[in-house]
Design a protein around this ligand. Structure first.
Ligand code: AMP
Length: 495
């Protein structure tokens, strides 16, 4: 907030309704805070859940909740009522804030539970009142992270955690007030909230907000605006590549040239296929900076802003983040061997909301156990995948599904693929590959195995194959591997 006062008249947010300065943001958020307080001194960490269209009002509500001493619970758009009810009930939210978009979903939930409902436009009439001082150790936000088996857990971060997550990225990627970024990522996830919106607003930069991701609208912003930064998940780069491929040659040239104005393009939240990195480089001239992070820890590992970015790697620990790789019993791994990533530092979250046991289990000797496996090669980390789903145990060997996927994507018929392990009496697990084929492509298991022999050791060859029209993905665009495992199970042992 103190940062925002320094940037007063600069443009903070541009959305479909217009341009808003830092002063506008301070004013609107103080009105939101005053309305939320309703005469009390401090919300004392009451949970405030909110659902608004991405844009200036969304940010004003987030800041208003923080300034009033509340805990922000950003809710996902396009989500079934039962899920919204789960987030609202789990956090015991005392107030729901929404705009015209969120009203049809939240108003009935508020009414059924008898909890306070506030519409953003009504809040703005409020005269700003005195606001509390909120200590940095206090809880600030709860983001839900979907587990593969259990209901999503609420990840609680304090103001100090969020500050550490933001300042680490600002230092590493050299954010400044001259930056301009476009947001199209969902606003219930760390990527959009911290890496894009919060880093921009801490720096005095400008954040252009699109209502949602749309490949041609995003290309339009790249071509027609003075963006300096761009952050997306791998599937978005794939969609942007498809839109570029579909454009006429003159338009392609314009789009490619426009990319030269950007100073940095980042990918993260899922593994970036090397083929996507290479194709994007051909189109844009940018070597994507790949980084690794998680709702619980913010960003932990990153390729460098300056210096060599190694394709397929996620670089080194970010400022103020400590990272170590450990074996199954928490012992440090021999250099060069794979291990589970553990993270420590001020950006690591405080607790899972209302789940003391899950919180205890998530830490070992003060280190957060990420559940991801990685290896350090030539001083940089390479992610091998989620320990419980991407690390397959077959014939006594541990193999990384991500490595096999990287290899399968080299096959000319394969557009996309996902590898999982399926239980097998003889092998422990068998390697099973679900693939989406390129238009006109054809593939069967025998031809795939014959082809793959050239570069995959025998035990890594897929022994099950499923050709799909599309890979199942969650709202963040991540492939949902448990769903793929279930498909193989229901197929039976067809091979
Ligand atoms: P989320 O909490 O939704 O951001 O998901 C975090 C998870 O995404 C991590 O635990 C990783 O499994 C995965 N992830 C994030 N970044 C990368 C990356 N660069 N490469 C591979 N996996 C990643």
């Amino acid at each position: 907030m103190a940062q925002a006062e320094r940037h007063g008249g600069r443009t903070a947010v541009v959305d479909s309704q217009g341009s808003f300065t830092y002063n506008d943001l301070l004013d609107a958020s103080s009105r939101v805070a005053s309305e939320l307080l309703a005469g009390h001194d401090d919300l004392q960490e009451q949970r405030m859940a909110f659902l608004l269209a991405p844009g200036f009002p969304w940010v004003a509500v987030l800041w208003g909740i923080w300034r009033a001493g509340g805990v922000a619970v950003p809710l996902p758009l396009n989500c079934p009522r039962s899920e919204l009810e789960y987030f609202i009930d789990d956090t015991k939210a005392s107030t729901l804030v929404f705009d015209a978009l969120g009203e049809p979903q939240l108003a009935p939930i508020a009414e059924a539970r008898g909890i306070r409902a506030l519409r953003y436009d009504q809040v703005l009439a409020r005269r700003p009142a005195e606001l509390p001082d909120v200590a940095s150790e206090r809880r600030a936000m709860i983001l839900y992270t979907s587990g593969t088996t259990n209901r999503p857990k609420g990840v609680v971060t304090t103001h100090a955690n969020i500050t550490a997550q933001i300042t680490s990225l600002i230092e590493a990627w050299e954010w400044s007030a001259d930056d301009r970024i476009v947001l199209f990522l969902p606003l219930h996830h760390i990527h959009g909230i911290i890496n894009v919106v919060s880093c921009a607003l801490w720096s005095g930069a400008t954040c252009e907000v699109l209502p949602r991701f749309d490949a041609s609208a995003v290309w339009e912003r790249i071509a027609g605006s003075s963006l300096t930064l761009f952050m997306a998940v791998p599937t978005i780069y794939v969609k942007l590549i498809a839109a570029w491929d579909a454009a006429p040659p003159e338009r392609r040239a314009i789009l490619s040239q426009a990319c030269a104005k950007l100073r940095l393009m980042v990918s993260g939240s899922a593994a970036l296929p090397v083929s996507t990195l290479e194709r994007w480089k051909e189109i844009s001239g940018h070597t994507l900076l790949e980084r690794y992070g998680m709702t619980e820890i913010g960003m932990a590992l990153s390729n460098p802003l300056r210096g060599e970015r190694v394709p397929g790697s996620v670089g080194k620990p970010l400022p103020s983040v400590e990272v170590q790789l450990v074996g199954e019993n928490g012992e440090p791994v021999t250099p060069g061997m794979p291990g589970e990533i553990e993270v420590r530092g001020p950006s690591v979250f405080a607790e899972y909301w209302g789940k003391p046991e899950a919180t205890r289990d998530a830490f070992r000797d003060g280190w957060f156990r990420t559940g991801d496996t990685a290896v350090v090669e030539n001083d940089v980390y390479r992610i091998l995948g989620r320990t419980n789903i991407d690390i397959l145990k077959t014939g006594g060997h541990k193999v990384s599904a991500l490595e096999i996927e990287e290899a399968l994507r080299e096959h000319p018929a394969v557009a996309e693929c996902a590898v999982v392990g399926v239980p097998d009496l003889e092998w422990g697990e068998r390697v099973a590959a679900a693939v989406v084929l390129n238009d006109g492509g054809a593939l069967d298991l025998a031809s795939l195995r014959a082809w793959a022999k050239e570069f995959l050791a025998a035990h890594k060859l897929p022994s099950r194959l499923l050709v799909l029209d599309a890979l199942p993905r969650n709202a963040m665009g991540k492939v949902t591997k448990p769903a793929i495992k279930a498909m193989f199970r229901s197929e039976g042992d067809g091979n």
